[in-house]
Design a protein around this ligand. Sequence first.
Ligand code: FCB
Length: 448
Amino acid sequence: ALSKRFSRDFVFGYATAAYQIEGAHDEDGRKPSIWDAFSRIPGRVRNGDTGDVACDHYHRMPEDVRLLRSLSADAYRFSIAWPRVIPDGRGPVNEKGIDFYDRLIDELLKAEIKPYATLYHWDLPIEQHGRGGWCARDTAYAFADYTDVVMARLGDRLSGIMTLNEPWCSGHLSYLIGEHAPGERNLTAALAAIHTLNLAHGLAMQAIKARRADLPAGIVYNAKALYSASERPEDIAATERYRAFHDGVFMDPVFLGHYPADVVEAFGPIMPKIEADDLKIISTPIDFLGLNFYAPERIAADPALPFPRARSVQAENVPRSAMGWEIHAPALDRLLTDLDARYELPPIYIAENGCAQYDELVDGKCDDPGRIDYLEKHLTVLADARDKGIRVDGYFVWSLMDNFEWSHGYAKRFGVVYVDYETQKRIPKSSAVWYRDLIAGRAQAASV
Ligand code: FCB
């Protein structure tokens, strides 16, 4: 059985993010983030949804930790809201804000669940956005200061810490494609944001290590599983350019200590200024690599577009999730194998994997066989990759519960637990029971 292919030292967990579940947007000293502002702009988020209430996790935290325990969690990946801890981005620490995470961590430890904290899952304090946000180097230094505050107060009890979640979303998706806060479409701004994000990560790594050298620390990427749309050499070359522009700009500086040459060449005059020590800071060794995986992308050459002169194309007649994303589990192997060939990788955690389905409550129950099928296929590919010798030490399902799915609002459900937003009742779907049983049924000894 699938469960026997994982041993008890493999970490199985559930993932969430602050803005997507907490609510209590103006309580206990929290101030707005870019997502509070963005979600209020008409037309930016489906249905005008915001994270004001979300899953009300801020008030239901002990109940949610009990839920995690009842679902056999080894670990829980949550994010810390910068606008709760240092509401203005820089300046005074909000004791009540950090106290929430202090209590969360203690509850988790009491429940024998390992806490993994993400420092930034997209909720930049609005005041820091006013100081230039991710386009300004100041934000990297402010992030390092915030990291130090978190480490001083919470670092002793964490099992792992992640600096940034999916910097591609904070760079490309937020500043170039304009779908995420702050919703800009400006290549120069995006390039500046990419460099600040990299620098923020490196400075945060140093801040973490200065407080607690033994705490496993890393970053989480949504590195892309790419297929060339055809065997034509143009498409194959376009796929490599696409990879450099979307993944290489983050991973090359961290793992290789430089930016991809073709990106630097393409954007020379509009590249941000890189100061003397930046690349040294950015390439501070990480202890683990977090990867979020959902779907593959298929890439074709398009000479009419600016660099990377490539576009994503949709495969026809393939299964898709409720997001419209292609479901193709072998792509997870492709991702792991490609990265393994490209870089000297530390141990990997799958920090998110899951899918949106058209979930409905029927007689108080939610049956989601499509999600079980998705998870089972991806975990099988993962077990195979481990057998081949790729070191993956853990897996977090996205998500513990349905939540605010960014520009899609509450319309898309990713949880293994159903949330009835009217009553805030949590109802484990059949996938939660399946995943719980998988975790509980693991082999005792280390798998061979
Ligand atoms: C990832 C995000 C996460 C969630 C999933 C579906 O890109 O990290 O917050 O929205 O996608």
